[in-house]
Structure formats: structure tokens, C-alpha cells
Design a protein around this ligand. Structure first.
Ligand code: SAH
Ligand code: SF4
Length: 414
């Protein structure tokens, strides 16, 4: 039996989709990249912005011909659009067989494997499925924050942290199956609390797991970055000094309207403390442009914040009003063209900063983890290429000679 999986959206969604695929592979399903030969399709969806939801809806529409070609085929839709629209999806698209919302994300792999197992009877696998070199482990689901623009708390529900021992044991399993780098995932990873243990405790325990080469996490919330977390990052032998930490805006009035729980100054002071604790740390962030009432001056403060932060990357989005969120009640008074222009301006600055960060690496020797024979990433998260083929999964030293587009390249020195 063959399954084709399609995952839209953030890393959280990608991790959810990967877990479902793994459960299906363990149940005896074979993954296929060719939808025309699939007996089942599992589509994991995202609704964080209207555009993401439209992509999911048009994908479901396009899968109708696939389904009509053989009605025994099964189409499963999971994730945030499934949660938001629920039965409205099957009403509009009768060719969808099963809808499992994001609030069920922890149980989705089991639900999907059971349902598909009833229609088809694959032979369960006995040997564990081989893992990717870079794997993700979800440490918490949902979000207790109430950022006024964000639909995540309503579609993913309140925060629920997994037991620490379950997380460590999943990490060990993934490492035993070939993973070298693990990213701990959650909407607000540093809000992790479980039986008196904090995120910093989790980082310290995870860092000691045998066979682990690198540890990353995303996304931490700026208001929860404390000294304990900084020192855990600094002390961690495998914790990578590359931190993605969303700021959203550089203007205090907009940050307050966004209900972010931090000011521009709070954020920049926290970054200063982080830089003192973890010298050489490379940062990335998220920015929303065109939030209701954002003026040119407010927006210019997002640009100056980025200039101060000097991130190696930033993901910039046009504000998208999401039904049911507090900010959807505000008048969206920033014209589409203005939003487009601001997005263009911020992306141009981000490209310039990204190039500067990449060029600062020329002449240095960096550690890279080979994800393929000639491609990998540095500890600080830069992409890197080299000529000589190596075994995927190995750690190498690379003498950086040049930057081509967004990738470092050079000679392997060991
Ligand atoms: N939990 C993560 C982010 C989740 S959503 C965090 O808080 O760090 C990923 C990114 O999408 C956010 O950081 C934000 O920049 C963007 N985003 C969320 N809602 C949005 C909206 N309504 N319009 C535009 N961008 C949005
Ligand atoms: Fe959304 Fe804010 Fe929670 Fe991130 S922290 S998921 S932006 S509500």
C-alpha cells in the first residue's frame, strides 16, 4: 500500500506530517512521491495566514481528479485548516474521507493509521524506519499566548507539554535510527514546564544524550528568555549558537496592539544579554508588516530594529487578518499596495543583512554536518557546499572560501 504525504506550513506542521508518515510506514505503508500511484494521500495543512489556507483549499480541490480515478483511494486532511473548518471541509469537498484537526495532533498518527488500516491491510514493519540526519522532536503543543493577530491558540488549543522522559526517549530512538541533529519544537519552546522541570533543564538533559551531534530548538518567545536558558545554551556542548526568535515589530505601539508582552527595548536588551552569554550567536527572526494602524514611521522602526539585530535571516509576512482573532476586529487600514511595498523594503534589507552575515564567514574554518555527500549546515545554521563526496551524517571542518547566492562553499580540511 502506498501513501503520498503533502505538508504545508511551518516546522510544527512539517513535524506533525512526518510523525503521521512514520506511523504509516511502521504500519507497513510505503511512501511514494508520485501521487498517481498512491492509495492514500495525507495532507497536513496550515492556516496561520489566509494565503496558507487558500493553498490547502486549492490542493484539496486539485486532488478530486486523483480521488475520482479510483474511489477506493483515501484522502485525509489534517492540521490547522482541518481544525478551523472541520465538517465544513467535507461538506464542500465530499471527496475528502477523513478530517483530523490540529487539536488532535498528538493522536493524529494513530487515528490516521487506524482508519487507513481498516480500508487497506498493509503488513506491519518489524525493523524501525531509518531516520533523516536532521530530525524534529515536538516538546509541547498549542500556545497559551494571546498575540492579537494569531490564530494558532484557537486552532491548536492551550499549551500541553510532553513528559521530559518521553521527549528524551524519542530523541534516543531517532538517534538510534540515524539522526545526528535534533530540533526541539513548540510554539513557545521556552515556556516548557513539566513536573517542576523547565526548558533550561530539558536543554541540559537533552544535550547529554549519547550520539547526539547537534541540538537546536524553535521558537523561543522573547519575553521568556531568562539567564538559566542563556547559561544552558552556553554550557551545552551540542547546542547550536543559532537562535530563531520572533520579534514581529520594532515599534512599541504596534507591539502593544499585537499583545506581544515585550517592548522594543526589552527585546534588544534581552538580545544583548544573550550575546554576552553566547558569544558569536547567530540570530534570525520573524516580522509582520502592515499590522492595522502601522504608519510609515512605525514600520521604519522595524527596519532600524533589524539593523541593530543584524539577523542572518528573517521571515517577513504581510499582516493577514484571521477570523476570530482579536486584531481581526481592528480596521485593517493599511492598503494592500502599502503592505506590498513594506514587504519589499524589509525583504531587501534582510537580503543585505543575510549577505553580510554570510560574507563574514569567508576565511574562517567552520564545522559542518553533512546532510548529503556535498551539502550541509554550519552550527550557526548557514548552508554550505563542497566538492569532495563525504558520508552523510559526518561532521567536517570546512575552510570557507566563497559565498555563492545563499550558500558558503570551500574545501574540507578534515
Ligand atoms: N509560535 C511562533 C510562531 C508561530 S506563527 C512564535 O510565536 O514564535 C509563525 C509566524 O507567522 C509568526 O512569528 C508571525 O510572524 C507570522 N504570523 C502569525 N500570524 C500572522 C498573521 N495573522 N498575519 C501575518 N503573519 C502572521
Ligand atoms: Fe501565535 Fe504568539 Fe503563540 Fe506564537 S506565541 S503561536 S505568535 S499566539
Amino acid at each position: 500500500m502506498r501513501v503520498h504525504t503533502i505538508t504545508l506550513g511551518c516546522q510544527m506542521s512539517a513535524a506533525d506530517g512526518a510523525e503521521t508518515l512514520q506511523a504509516l510506514e511502521n504500519a507497513g505503508w510505503q511512501k511514494t512521491d508520485d501521487v498517481s500511484e498512491a492509495d492514500a494521500v495525507v495532507l497536513t495543512t496550515c492556516t496561520v495566514r489566509a494565503h496558507a489556507e487558500h493553498r490547502a483549499i486549492s490542493m484539496i480541490g486539485r486532488l478530486r481528479t486523483w480521488k475520482d480515478a479510483d474511489p477506493r483511494r483515501m484522502l485525509v486532511v489534517t492540521g490547522c485548516v482541518a481544525e478551523r473548518l472541520g465538517p465544513r471541509l467535507t461538506q464542500r469537498f465530499p471527496h475528502v474521507d477523513l478530517v483530523v484537526g490540529a487539536r488532535e495532533a498528538a493522536r493524529t498518527p494513530q487515528i490516521v493509521a487506524e482508519l487507513l488500516g481498516k480500508r487497506f491491510q498493509p503488513q506491519p514493519k518489524t525493523a524501525p524506519v531509518k531516520n533523516k540526519i536532521c530530525a524534529c522532536v515536538t516538546i509541547m503543543r498549542g500556545c497559551d499566548c494571546a498575540c492579537s493577530y494569531c490564530i494558532v491558540p484557537s486552532v491548536r488549543g492551550p499549551e500541553a507539554c510532553r513528559p521530559l522522559e518521553d521527549i528524551l526517549s524519542e530523541m534516543r530512538d531517532k538517534i538510534a535510527a540515524g539522526a545526528k541533529e535534533i530540533t526541539l519544537l513548540g510554539q513557545r519552546v521556552n515556556a516548557y514546564r513539566e513536573s517542576g522541570k523547565t526548558f533550561a533543564d530539558l536543554l541540559r538533559r537533552a544535550d547529554c544524550i549519547e550520539g547526539l551531534a547537534r541540538l537546536r530548538f524553535m521558537s523561543p518567545h522573547p519575553a521568556l528568555m531568562d539567564e538559566k536558558t542563556f547559561t544552558a545554551i552556553r554550557d551545552g556542548e551540542h547546542i547550536c549558537p543559532a537562535i530563531h526568535i520572533p520579534v514581529q515589530s520594532g515599534n512599541d505601539r504596534v507591539l502593544a496592539l499585537m499583545k506581544r508582552g515585550h517592548t522594543r527595548r526589552d527585546f534588544l536588551e534581552m538580545i544583548q544579554r544573550l550575546r554576552q552569554a553566547v558569544p558569536g550567536v547567530v540570530l534570525s527572526t520573524d516580522i509582520i508588516v502592515g499590522f492595522p494602524s502601522e504608519t510609515e514611521e512605525d514600520f521604519a522602526q522595524s527596519l532600524t530594529l533589524l539593523e541593530e539585530l543584524k539577523p542572518a535571516a528573517a521571515f517577513c509576512f504581510k499582516y493577514s487578518a484571521r477570523e476570530g482573532t482579536p486584531s481581526a476586529r481592528l480596521k485593517d487600514d493599511v492598503p494592500v499596495q502599502v503592505k506590498e511595498d513594506r514587504l519589499g523594503a524589509v525583504n531587501a534589507l534582510v537580503s543585505k543583512l543575510a549577505q553580510a552575515a554570510l560574507h563574514s564567514q569567508i576565511g574562517s574554518e567552520v564545522e559542518v554536518l553533512a546532510e548529503t555527500p556535498d551539502f550541509g549546515r554550519t552550527r550557526t545554521g548557514f548552508k554550505a557546499r563542497w566538492k569532495q563526496a563525504v558520508a552523510p551524517g559526518s561532521l567536517l571542518r570546512l575552510q570557507v572560501a566563497e559565498v555563492s547566492r545563499r550558500t558558503l562553499s570551500g574545501e574540507i580540511s578534515s
